[in-house]
Ligand binder design. Structure first.
Ligand code: F6R
Length: 598
């Protein structure tokens, strides 16, 4: 969703900001804009559409500028248009701002300002920030910025330029990330560390309510009472390779091919000297009676997979959509621990759900892929996944990394509760076997199945037990990037209604990896075949059955870890289908990489 870039230094601010916005494109956006100090004024250029469109409009303009702010916007308040694009200038053009997040009390703030005669130019919540700063009676700009935290309700990462304070940027954040990057060529601000990788040698993740003041020569940090703070920079540990597309046609393809590495690096993280599990209080784990797992979309599906694994490890777990957790009647369980899963660590629903758990004094663990994320700042304990930056909107390698981390967590809990030495746990070896199998997997028949799907009306994915969780993820992948309607079902539920939709224009993809459930699932296959649908079966078992039109044979591994393998051809299936349809799998319609609004 929205992205912020700021730059102060000796390079062209226009180029630095436009390059940064280009990197942020993957997050999803509908308009883009830039504002720089130019001949003593705040020069603003913004456009509905792509960063390339903005770059074209900027051609020949903003020469010799060394400080500015830029933004990519995903519409929330007000339609995607030039006037609703960021940055916003205050009424007298003395203040420029860009904002990520939501100002929940903007209507009352706007009403008050309008009563004082202030005229607004957009329908957004964000514009109110520029107008408030212009109206502020505080004696210094720093105090004006500080005052925002007393007035604004909601989430915000804001970068600000004040006319007259040439080559200076102010910034403040709450519940929305903002990162300062330091380089020999100046300072950068970004809402996403990926935009800083190639530019900076060190970075600093702003704390909640922190205020930053960057000028030509230095960067200063203050807490919410304007007490100066020391900035402790971290060395930039990401590589440009991590965010480049390399020789791949799409990021999604690159990321599917990186699945084995994502699993491997996450196993190593879980097994490292700084093992994240050792930070979990032993008593909390020993006494744990109920594990609530919360996430959205793919992260939820990873949680559902873990719910089944937990059961095998005698842990009572319940997986809940974050958007439901937030609003359902809250019932605290005895000795409950909550696990929040989020690739980006910025998903609004998941963050709000975590805050609710904290309000009820429930210990919170996050499983997240982005070390700089908001959710990491809020959680009690962090289990990092090591999938590396995920650029394609559809999550693939992060999903496998999430289930890898979750398996490790469940085994850790099991070992502590049963007084087993965790070092003797053989999960690591089993997971290495998964990596090995995936590295050598050939995706046989996937192109052919994708071809069939392109020409069909309906696709169902079915499975029993943990295979249902995989079918849910497979279905989500297919619908989000190929725009083909698909649904996932527990195999045993078909006959309770959905069978009515099964006919010769339907493809049913059956996932069957659990030996004890295999025969039952085969019964469903016969039911489907009798209604004329085409059946594809994803399994590691050798079968020869006329009712199966296409066999997607997958390698075998420990039965409980089969979800790591069975999802792999399904990720590729979604990718191939989108490509065959002529769609860009990296940028599906209506979707953004991180959903920072409710
Ligand atoms: C699907 C997908 C989404 C995300 C969901 C949660 O491919 O990417 O369903 O999984 O929006 O995002 P995170 O994990 O960033 O909280």
């Amino acid at each position: 969703m929205c992205g912020i870039i700021g730059y102060v230094g000796n390079l062209s601010a226009k180029e630095e900001i436009l390059n940064g916005l280009k990197i942020l494109e993957y997050r999803g956006y509908d308009s883009a804009g830039i504002c720089c100090f130019y001949k003593g004024e705040l020069k603003l250029i913004k456009k509905k559409g792509s960063v390339d469109t903005l770059s074209q409009v900027c051609q020949g303009q903003l020469k010799d500028v060394h400080c500015g702010i830029g933004h990519t916007r995903w519409a929330t308040h007000g339609d995607p248009s030039d006037k609703n694009a960021h940055p916003f200038l205050s009424e007298n053009n003395s203040v420029a701002i860009v904002h990520n997040g939501i100002i929940e009390n903007f209507e009352s703030l706007k009403g008050n300002l309008q009563k004082q005669g202030v005229r607004f130019r957009s329908e957004t919540d964000s514009e109110v920030i520029a107008q408030l700063l212009q109206k502020s009676k505080c004696e210094s700009e720093l105090k004006k910025v500080q005052e925002l935290s007393n007035v604004l309700v909601g989430s915000y990462a804001i970068a600000i330029l004040f006319k007259g304070l040439e080559n200076q940027i102010f910034a403040i954040r709450k519940n929305s990330p903002l990162i300062v990057g330091k380089s020999p060529n100046g300072y950068y601000l970004s809402s996403d560390v990926n935009a800083l990788i190639d530019k900076t040698t060190e970075y600093h993740i702003m704390d909640e309510d922190e205020i930053i003041w960057i000028d030509n020569n230095d960067c200063y940090a203050f807490d919410k009472n304007l007490q100066a703070k020391e900035i402790v920079y971290k060395k930039m540990d990401l590589d440009k390779q991590d965010i480049s597309i390399g020789n791949f046609e799409h990021y999604m393809l690159k990321e599917i091919m990186q699945v084995p590495t994502a699993i491997k690096l996450t196993i190593n993280e879980c097994d490292s000297m700084v093992n994240p599990f050792t930070k979990l209080p032993k008593d909390m784990i020993k006494n744990l009676k109920h594990l609530t797992i919360v996430g959205c979309g793919t992260a939820f599906n990873a949680g559902m997979t873990a719910e089944h694994y937990a059961r095998e490890r005698e842990i009572i777990a319940e997986c809940v959509y974050a958007s439901e957790y937030r609003y359902r009647k809250f019932l605290k369980q005895d000795n409950e621990v909550c696990v929040f899963i989020s690739q980006s660590g910025e998903t609004a629903d998941t963050i709000e759900a975590l805050k609710i758990a904290k309000e009820h004094q429930i210990p919170t663990i996050v499983i997240t892929n982005v070390a700089t994320s908001t959710i990491n700042k809020l959680a009690d304990y962090i289990i990092p996944t090591k999938a590396g930056p995920e650029i394609a909107v559809a999550s693939t390698k992060a999903y496998n990394a999430q289930i890898t981390a979750l398996y490790n967590l469940m085994d850790y809990i099991y070992c502590i509760k049963n007084k087993i030495n965790c070092r003797t746990c053989i999960l690591k070896d089993k997971l290495y076997d998964v990596v090995d199998k995936l590295e050598n997997y050939k995706f046989d028949n996937i192109e052919e199945l994708a071809q069939d799907i392109v020409n069909t009306e309906r696709v169902f994915f079915i499975g029993r037990g943990v295979d249902y969780a995989t079918s849910q993820e497979a279905s989500l992948k297919l619908k989000e990037i190929s725009n083909i309607h698909s649904e996932s079902l527990y195999a045993g539920e078909l006959k309770h209604g959905t069978l009515a939709l099964i006919d010769e224009n339907t493809i049913v993809i059956v996932i069957a990896t659990q030996k004890n459930l295999f025969d039952k699932t085969m019964n469903s296959i016969y039911e489907i075949k009798a209604r004329g649908a085409k059946v594809a079966l994803v399994t590691q078992f050798n079968i020869d059955c006329e009712a199966v039109d296409m066999l997607i044979k997958i390698p075998t591994t420990d039965q409980m870890l089969m979800p790591e393998i069975s999802i792999y051809p399904m990720q590729m299936l979604a990718y191939k289908t989108a490509v065959l349809k002529g769609l860009n799998p990296d940028k599906p319609r209506n979707l953004a990489k991180s959903v920072t609004v409710e």
